[in-house]
Design a protein around this ligand. Structure first.
Ligand code: ADP
Ligand code: X2W
Length: 300
């Protein structure tokens, strides 16, 4: 235990002794369990937070859990598009993805963002491995037909946006059974080899379901889900979510996030949380302490 405590303190020097002591029952409870972490593009804009995140993920692995990271990168894609004179456009939280945008998405997510996370984790002594949906046939996708909210029964064409057809978790399982930490980019591939842009929340939810994860933690840039008055909602049931969808309280990027969170909860992921990635070590605090964070999504 002394060794473990030393390791913990080395990886996360900001963490206090009481927190480490409080962590013990959680370390026992979640030992060997899979924790899927959705690392949103908005939560990775500050250098200091990125370093903290890398150390938190290593620490979870070190104490015997199996963290699997699915990263986003919406703002990073927007920046890259701006450089070529293009403006990102979204419908119901999904990016309209033409051919040129798809090239940028592949380059930014599968290249820059993924490699940045892999390098940081490895820098702090972890063993991260980057994957896209192509690796080991991880994410098979097809073109997404988006239901038109204004014309029921009709669909919108938003380009090379994919929906998940199948997940083959073999490569992730092989990596996590070893000392590796998989870092997954949300790019799927069709049977014909066409790359598809998939919302990272959707991928994280599905991966959590397929891996029978204990937890799905979605790290974003807001304290959690807010009600109509802007107050934080700490707990959300399926019925409440339905009402918030209908009255427009939930919009934009929160739409795919909540839908995916709810699907994961309904498919047996024990706890699903949307937390504020702008708080230093929020991931560790969520997993290893009693402290309640953000919004918990319930299946019923
Ligand atoms: N009811 C709501 N509560 C909280 N945030 C909401 C709500 N409705 C819409 N949002 C928006 O959703 C955003 C989070 O989604 P998104 O920008 O896609 O984040 P990420 O990059 O982390 O996936 C928030 O920053 C907020 O602007
Ligand atoms: C189809 C679609 O919208 N794909 C997303 C993929 C990245 C993502 O989801 O990033 P965040 O988690 O940071 O929002 C996009 O192009 O922005």
């Amino acid at each position: 235990m002394a060794d473990l405590t030393n390791n913990l303190a080395n990886v996360a020097p900001g963490i206090k002794a009481e927190i480490l002591a409080e962590a013990l029952p959680y370390i026992r409870q979640f030992h060997g369990k899979t924790i899927v972490v959705k690392y949103g593009g908005n939560a990775m804009t500050e250098e200091r937070l990125k370093h903290g995140f890398a150390r938190d993920v290593i620490l979870l692995k070190l104490v015997g859990m199996n963290p699997v990271v699915v990263h986003g990168g919406g703002p990073q894609i927007d920046n890259a598009l701006k450089k070529i004179g293009k403006q990102g456009t979204f419908v119901q939280g999904m990016r309209i993805t033409d051919e040129e945008t798809m090239e940028v998405v592949e380059w930014v997510l599968g290249g820059e963002v993924q490699q940045d996370i892999v390098m940081l984790i490895n820098h702090y002594g972890g063993q991260a491995v980057g994957l896209t949906g192509k690796d080991g046939g991880l994410i098979r996708a097809r073109k997404y037909r988006m239901p038109d909210r204004e014309k029921p029964g009709e669909f919108l064409d938003i380009g090379y946006v994919g929906e998940i057809e199948a997940i083959n978790p073999a490569v992730v399982k092989a990596l996590q059974d070893d000392a590796f930490i998989p870092i997954i980019s949300p790019i799927g591939f069709g049977a014909d080899g066409q790359a598809y842009n998939i919302n990272a929340d959707v991928v994280a939810g599905k991966i959590a379901e397929i891996l029978h994860a204990e937890k799905l933690i979605m790290m974003t840039n807001i304290a959690g889900v807010q009600d109509k008055q802007g107050n934080l909602v700490t707990d959300l049931s399926a019925r409440e979510i339905d009402e918030m969808f209908k009255d427009g309280t939930i919009s934009g990027g929160m739409l795919p996030k909540i839908s995916s969170a709810l699907d994961a909860a309904k498919s047996g992921v024990n706890t699903v949380h949307i937390i504020d990635g702008r708080i230093e070590h929020s991931l560790l605090l969520e997993v290893l302490t009693e402290q309640a964070f953000g919004t918990m999504i319930r299946s019923h």
